[in-house]
Design a protein around this ligand. Structure first.
Ligand code: RIB
Length: 304
């Protein structure tokens, strides 16, 4: 069973700041690093490091984003379906505050030049039962969902960053939603919290399984008939960037490799905790193969 992740590739310019810059304010940053990132790229790396077979499809610009493809290759991701297009690679300006929290400004670049023809071409490599993993940082998401559904693929949607286009997509085709409370509230048309919100979303999409992430309170999972709760592993926070992407990659990677949902949730929570304890987006994701079924020694080093 193969996974196609059709998603963003970004160059992350990460600035360490005392506080997020305010309107009208000019402020010096304390440090600046350039990381590979993009929700798509981060999730592909997490999927691959979990041990799953993953193909990344997407686009970079000319001349500035080659290192992103190298990073994916180094993590074992198949990169044959990444195009190099005229123009700039997508990028993110990330302010990282002292508590590890962040705010992100995106420039779509090549990520927003994905065409229907590119989607059709990519899907020829996949068959019924394969997975399509999507976020919301590239163009033609609705078309991808429709075509993947026609192919018989399972669709995973992380509707992030949320925008006005999401409700117009054929969300009834989604097999797995992974989303936070704000995103779930926007899809439901009314904000809410915790289990009540989970069940509201579940009643709107009875064919879908749902992971609702709750920040420091962990996550809730609806499998179509039961709810599971998963806590977080507390670590000293270095950088929260890509923690959600790591969680998504390891959860789906775990399921695809035959784990039950409860175990995959716990595994994903551990991988996300490790990502939080390390700087950067994609570089913060540790391989999971070695601690797949044994006690997670890598995590023990970071726990507080
Ligand atoms: O989820 C984190 C990612 O969001 C960053 O790597 C950044 O590129 C943005 O896409």
């Amino acid at each position: 069973m193969k996974i196609l992740n059709y998603g963003s590739l970004n160059i992350d310019y990460t600035y360490t700041v005392d506080h997020f810059v305010r309107g009208g304010e000019t402020m010096s940053s304390e440090d600046m690093n350039i990381f590979s990132g993009g929700k798509g790229l981060n999730q592909s790396i997490a999927l691959s490091k979990s041990g799953a077979e993953v193909w990344h499809a997407g686009a970079i610009g000319t001349g500035d984003g080659d290192f992103l493809i190298e990073q994916l290759k180094a993590a074992g991701v198949n990169t044959e379906l990444i195009s190099v297009l005229e123009g700039k690679t997508g990028h993110a300006i990330i302010q990282k505050a002292k508590d590890g929290g962040n705010c992100i400004l995106l420039y779509g670049g090549a990520n927003q030049q994905i065409s229907k023809e590119m989607v059709d071409q990519a899907l020829t490599h996949f068959e019924p039962g394969d997975y399509l993993v999507l976020q919301n940082e590239v163009s033609e998401i609705g078309y991808m969902m429709k075509k993947a559904h026609e192919t018989g693929m399972k669709i995973v949607l992380n509707p992030s960053p949320m925008d006005e286009k999401i409700p117009s997509y054929p969300l009834e085709f989604v097999d797995f939603f992974l989303l936070n409370e704000i995103e779930a509230g926007d899809i439901c048309g009314e904000q809410g919290e915790g289990e009540a919100l989970l069940h509201k979303l579940a009643s709107k999409f009875p064919g879908s399984k749902i992971v609702l992430t709750l920040g420091g309170d962990g996550s809730l999972y609806w499998d179509g008939s039961r709810t599971y709760a998963q806590g977080i592993y507390k670590v000293k926070v270095a950088d929260t960037t890509a923690a959600g992407d790591t969680f998504t990659g390891f959860f789906i990677g775990g399921l695809v490799q035959g784990m039950d949902a409860k175990k995959a949730l716990d595994w994903a929570a551990k991988a996300a905790a490790i990502a939080v304890s390390r700087p950067g987006a994609a570089p913060s994701i540790l391989p999971g193969r070695k601690w797949h079924s044994s006690p997670c020694r890598a995590l023990n080093r970071f726990l507080i």
